[in-house]
Write a new protein. Structure first.
Ligand SMILES: [Zn+2]
Length: 112
């Protein structure tokens, strides 16, 4: 995902400690790579927390926050992200593939 500061994002899952709920929207205030080796992008949504532990959702490595509460990019999607559009894009090549096979099959039988 290409994130940028100032981008509008929506939470796609609720935070376990209730910091935000699924469907809440935020503006990205900061971005950085996670401290662990997953190379996850951490997003600053304007929440502050001193010495709160941030835990990587992948590997479980955790580290202390230093004022900014960072959240994994996996919890968010861009606000303009339209799932139905994505579904359309994903389904089209499959349909096309089936049509193409049918066309090839028809041509094949016609030549017999
Ligand atoms: Zn990790």
């Amino acid at each position: 995902m290409n994130w940028y500061i100032g981008q509008e994002i929506v939470a796609i899952e609720s935070h376990k400690q209730g910091v935000f709920k699924k469907g809440d929207t935020f503006i990205i205030k900061g971005l950085k790579n996670s401290i662990c080796t997953c190379k996850d992008v951490s997003i600053d949504i304007g929440k502050t927390s001193i010495n709160h532990l941030t835990e990587c959702q992948n590997c479980g490595v955790n580290w202390k926050n230093n004022g900014t509460w960072w959240f994994s990019e996996k919890r968010f999607a861009p606000l303009d992200y339209d799932i139905s559009e994505l579904t359309d894009i994903l389904e089209k090549p499959i349909e096309h593939g089936v049509d193409k096979l049918r066309e090839l099959a028809n041509n094949y039988f016609e030549t017999l």
